[in-house]
Write a protein that binds this ligand. Structure first.
Ligand SMILES: Cc1ncc(COP(=O)(O)O)c(C=O)c1O
Length: 448
């Protein structure tokens, strides 16, 4: 019998793949989850095991242990941060007014807006000079239709671990009595010693963290934190039952509880000592290391190499990174600890074996990311056709174009295709970047 997925996963394990990507348990080498979480615990809502969708007993007690801040109540999400984001957006669809969204929102935000059939004001953005990625909205810019706002949505930090002044943005919204949802998918480890401050300390109404990304929890395990004064709490809880499976995984829930315990007992000393050794080893290869606000992320670059080529060099040695773009490669480090089983020495040895040639710096295609404010129109463009990218100039995009990861739409449906967009799509195509919305060099455009 063919079992392609299982065989491929086995192949990764056989080559002793080293993880510098999510999930945070790094192939079960961080947090020792597997020693605490037997497959036999994959149970269902039998007597005594409570019900995630109506928690009164042990699930309620377990969620109470996720006590990161006294003003917030935590709820397990077994369908990822995505399900929390969808639930909050859907709850606010019952109110008049507009969503106000930073443009670097994850695709789940745009999916939520589509489901709510909502129009959103997109905020003016700032670009990071270091990574060439969005790094939050321009916190000082005027906000069009501010008075009309019903919910602000921000991503903090960005995928590359860069932070913006989210406190100022939250304050601005609070002054106007507009509640705020912070997508802190990449910040479940925030507030640990030496890492950035979580927006849980800044009065956000809703904060969603993907525990699975940076802490040792099973994939899909996330937590939504709801402020005691947040509006529409009951409505959000109701939609969480809509957007999540009716068969929640006890393994995921239990892994969230264990990840929280790991977080509370974490001592970052080992982390910083290993991180320093790793940085030294990478630099010894003449690979540049860029440091961002979140110390869990490292960005590496090498003259003459695109980020994709650097990724390939690491992968040839069985080291898997989080993602690459034209300029750089992103590493998500493990939260090393005293009893971890992370193959740290093997990692250093494998990096040692990477062969870097001296190359002339290459000219990379600059991404023409839109920074100005704008409007997102939800809904589906019903009549579409697929055409070759090269023939798409002046056509209306029929679907969002989303490089994945990071899963942030770079082009929205409804936008007119420009020469620069064609250039960028061709570049991704040539570099084999995974892009949702491009198939066999074709994109979907509106059919008149
Ligand atoms: C910024 C951001 N928000 C939300 C999500 C969705 O998180 P999850 O995979 O936990 O559903 C992601 C996933 O990559 C993300 O990068």
């Amino acid at each position: 019998m063919s079992k392609p997925l299982s065989d491929k996963l086995d192949a990764f394990l056989d080559e002793e793949a080293i993880s510098l990507h999510v999930p945070g348990h790094k192939n079960m080498t961080i947090g020792n989850l597997d020693q605490q979480l037997s497959f036999k615990k994959d149970m269902t809502e039998i007597t005594g095991l409570d019900d995630l969708h109506h928690p009164e007993e042990i699930i309620l007690k377990s969620m109470e242990t996720i006590n990161k801040h006294k003003d917030y109540t935590a709820y397990f999400l077994v369908n990822g941060t995505t399900s929390g984001i969808l639930s909050v957006i859907q709850a606010f669809s019952t109110l008049p007014g507009k969503y106000i969204v930073a443009r670097d929102a994850h695709k789940s935000v745009f999916h939520g807006l589509d489901l709510a059939n909502a129009t959103a004001t997109l905020l003016e953005m700032k670009l990071s000079e270091m990574t060439n990625q969005y790094v939050g909205p321009n916190v000082k810019a005027e906000i069009k239709d501010f008075e009309d706002g019903k919910l602000g949505i921000f991503t903090y930090p960005n995928y590359y671990g860069e932070c913006f002044d989210v406190q100022t943005m939250i304050n601005r919204f609070k002054e106007k009595e507009i509640p705020v949802l912070i997508d802190e998918a990449h910040g479940a480890h925030f507030d640990l010693n030496g890492f950035p401050t979580s927006s849980l300390n800044m009065g956000a109404d809703y904060v969603v963290q993907s525990y699975h990304k940076t802490l040792p929890s099973l994939t899909m395990g996330s937590v939504i934190f709801i402020h005691k004064n947040a509006p529409l709490k009951e409505m959000v809880l109701k939609y969480m039952t809509y957007f999540q499976t009716s068969s929640p995984s006890y393994l995921i829930m239990s892994s969230l509880e264990l990840a929280q315990r790991f977080y509370e007992n974490y001592d970052s000393d080992q982390f910083y000592s290993k991180r320093a050794q790793l940085v030294k080893k990478i630099k010894a290869k003449d690979i540049e290391v860029l440091e961002v606000e979140d110390n869990l992320k490292l960005i590496i670059r090498c003259p003459g190499y695109t980020g994709y080529e650097l990724q390939q060099l690491f992968e040839e040695k069985g080291i898997y990174v989080e993602l690459a773009d034209a300029f750089q490669t992103l590493l998500v480090l493990p939260l090393w600890h005293s009893e971890d089983r992370y193959p740290f020495d093997t990692l250093l040895n494998r990096i040692n074996e990477i062969k870097i040639e001296r190359r002339e710096p290459i000219e990379t295609t600059k991404v023409d990311i839109r920074l100005q404010s704008g409007t997102y129109y939800s809904g589906i463009i019903e009549k579409t056709r697929w055409i070759d990218i090269d023939k798409a100039e002046n056509e209306i995009l029929g679907n969002d174009i989303v490089p994945y990861p990071p899963g942030i739409p770079v082009m929205f449906k409804g936008e007119t295709v420009t020469q620069n967009m064609i250039k960028l799509m061709n570049y991704w195509y040539a570099q084999h970047v995974r892009v949702e919305g491009i198939k066999k060099h074709k994109i979907e455009v509106k059919d008149e």
